[in-house]
Design a protein around this ligand. Structure first.
Ligand code: SAH
Length: 337
């Protein structure tokens, strides 16, 4: 919300009304003049996204399909860790990156999400947690839902500053992670934002040949350019990145691939988060066997790379990125909704 010509304290008042008192109508804001309330009413609205579909997993993970003002739909996920509650938010309606393994990209990008629409996803999850009682709220945020955050850079940065603001949701910067498919100039720009937030790089392949076959973006920005940008990020931001590496059966999960990966990232400080591929019935890729996954981890560890296997959430619901929305679209096209 940008309103020029107003006193600075107005912003504080608005933050308090929106995030502390959870006002749903500008007329509740009694310490704001009626004239200014009318201006606000004309230009802005206080609505948050509406829950269109809700799936609850046996492990407590909640996946929501949310409907926005223009009827666009986005996915948001709540994950429960022993250290807190994490929201996985979408940054765009659809995605243009076209990764061949990802259900979100199948539909293409419809539009960027506005900062308030990304904040709205966190607010909806906070409301659900509140309903559960015990005063819980979202403590961690990962921008890893549908969309490429660095293809919606400014709005995502505004989103981060709003949820990080002590008068907003006060989510600690170190509890916020942005995940990118690897756009070098934006990685470097992000490094200079002066934020203490985290960065995850969707690497997924140890060389250009495999990465080109999985991620269209690699044709524009080959993997060496991504690694070079990571090195600059480490210098400027003084922080380490996490490399996300999907393990897909027979594609990128061999011993040789592990060795190439070790070599590729050896001059950076990043660590590797292995993600066993989440199978979907719309794409042909398969998850490797448990043995292959553990062997891959072993090769990396023995090669001196810090690596972990990602904890899995909501495997009994449509957990993989974009599946819920893709399925919904399928149904709509078949007239089942
Ligand atoms: N565009 C950003 C963020 C959204 S994707 C990015 O590329 O990082 C979030 C993560 O989910 C990415 O690492 C993506 O590669 C991964 N992902 C997509 N489809 C998946 C699937 N079927 N199984 C497991 N991870 C998947």
């Amino acid at each position: 919300m940008i309103q020029e010509g107003q006193k600075k304290y107005r912003a504080t008042q608005l933050y308090i009304w929106m995030y502390e008192k959870k006002a749903t109508d500008f007329d509740e804001m009694t310490d704001i003049s009626k004239t200014f309330r009318e201006v606000l009413k004309e230009k802005y609205c206080l609505s948050i996204p509406v829950i269109d579909k809700k799936q609850v997993s046996s492990d407590g993970t909640i996946k929501l399909l949310l409907k926005l003002e223009d009827n666009s739909k986005v996915e948001t996920v709540l994950m429960r860790y022993n250290y807190g509650y994490s929201a996985c938010v979408s940054s765009q309606v659809g995605c243009n990156m076209g990764c061949s393994f990802c259900a979100s990209g199948l539909l293409g990008k419809k539009r960027n999400l506005l900062p308030e629409e990304i904040v709205g996803q966190v607010l909806v999850l906070n409301n659900l947690l509140q309903e559960e009682g015990k005063g819980q709220h979202i403590t961690h945020v990962v921008v890893m839902g549908t969309g490429e955050p660095f293809d919606n850079y400014d709005n995502v940065m505004d989103f981060i500053r709003i949820i990080n603001n002590q008068k907003g949701l006060s989510i600690g910067a170190r509890h916020i992670t942005v995940s990118t498919c690897g756009i070098p100039d934006k990685i470097i720009k992000y490094a200079g934002e002066g934020l203490q937030t985290n960065l995850a790089i969707s690497l997924h392949a140890p060389n250009n040949e495999i990465r080109n076959s999985l991620m269209k973006v690699n044709k524009a920005f080959p993997v060496e350019q991504v690694i070079e940008a990571v090195k600059q990020y480490e210098e400027i931001a003084g922080r380490r990145v996490t490399y996300e590496y999907l393990l897909i059966d027979g594609i990128n999960d061999s011993k040789e691939n592990a060795e190439e990966l070790i070599n590729l990232i050896k001059d950076t400080k990043g660590y590797v988060n292995l993600i066993p591929y989440n199978e979907t019935n719309i794409l042909p890729y398969k998850r490797p066997s448990g043995n292959r996954i553990h062997n891959f981890l072993d090769y990396l560890t023995k090669g001196g790379v810090t690596a972990t296997i990602r904890k899995e959430f909501g495997s009994d619901i449509d957990a993989a990125c974009g599946q819920l929305r893709a399925k919904e679209r399928d149904n709509e096209e078949r007239g089942e909704n």
